[in-house]
Design a protein around this ligand. Structure first.
Ligand code: SAM
Length: 281
């Protein structure tokens, strides 16, 4: 039996790459709602066809929301159920939907959110950065002045910071982040849930240098460790290589590699091989 109730707005997350991540409940709501409002109709039709759902959809996006929003509210007030999806992940999160939610709440229309895929949280849980407290920043503003203002405002936040960025702006954004926040430990999470899913864990300067050699492709989440106070920033200024060499003088190489890998977010094998190579010299 369907849970869909007339006059309700459902916020329905969709996969961020792997179509198997669609939940059964989300698929049922897309099948049973009177109206499915989506960002890109072609994109959503592909998903619906994968789910074996044949139905009409209407478009609701950044550029038509002023007209499309009130039409959807009218339908909701007339007792229709509306399921809202974006192209990927959670609607509303760096995607259209927030205005519709506000319009609905202003009319006392029930809004029901469904849990599901989201790039920020998916990246966070495998980043190795502190996930107890974090701030989702999303896309940085485009203009230099606005970007600077935002980065200054978040520079001293002691929580992991999470950003979204388009591949062609990634390098420029990493430079802006390094300039404003310092050369902190960071993680790029690329193509999450897809065939070429890749995590890189290093300092911002290293991530930027890698990108200079290779033009980035695919979708990225950038995560940066929070501010830990001036003392720790200074302490972090050395390199993992120096610290590993020093530690290997007092500990077995395996143990030194384990400790350095955990502290500097490197792979244990990389540090171990570095220490073996250094011992051979
Ligand atoms: N609503 C979506 C969510 O809940 O994650 C975000 C949509 S936002 C328009 C698109 C941005 O999310 C991309 O530029 C990228 O930063 C991030 N993103 C989406 N899918 C991704 C994926 N599979 N891997 C890495 N980042 C992804």
């Amino acid at each position: 039996m369907s849970e869909v109730t007339g006059g309700t707005l459902y916020l329905v997350p969709t996969p961020i790459g792997n179509l198997s991540d669609m939940t059964r409940r989300a698929a049922e709501i897309l099948r049973d709602a009177d109206i499915v409002a989506c960002e890109d109709t072609r994109h959503t039709r592909i998903l619906l066809s994968h789910l074996g759902i044949e139905r009409a959809v209407v478009s609701y996006h950044e550029h038509n929301k002023k007209e499309a929003g009130p039409r959807l509210i009218e339908a909701l007030l007339a007792g229709k159920s509306v399921a809202q999806v974006s192209d990927a992940g959670m609607p509303v999160v760096s995607d259209p939907g927030a205005d519709l939610v506000r319009l609905a709440l202003a009319e006392d229309i029930p809004v029901v959110p469904l849990p599901g895929p989201n790039a920020a949280l998916t990246a966070l849980i495998a980043s190795g950065l502190d996930a107890r407290q974090f701030v989702f920043v999303g896309f940085l503003p485009r203009t230099t002045a606005n970007r600077k203002e935002l980065l200054t405002a978040i520079a001293k936040i002691p929580f992991t910071l999470i950003f979204y960025e388009a591949p062609h702006r990634l390098r420029e954004t990493l430079v802006a982040l390094e300039n404003a926040l310092g050369d902190r430990r960071a993680v790029t999470a690329r193509e999450l849930t897809k065939k070429f899913e890749t995590f890189r864990r290093a300092r911002l300067s290293e991530l930027r240098a890698e990108l200079s050699e290779e033009a980035p492709r695919g979708e990225y989440v950038v995560l940066i460790e929070g501010f830990h106070g001036e003392a720790e920033e200074e302490e972090a200024e050395g390199s993992w290589e120096e610290e590993a060499l020093a530690l290997a003088k007092t500990l077995p190489v395996k143990e030194a590699a384990r400790q350095i890998a955990a502290k500097w977010h490197r792979s244990r094998r990389e540090v171990y091989q570095y220490l073996l190579a250094a011992a051979d010299k």
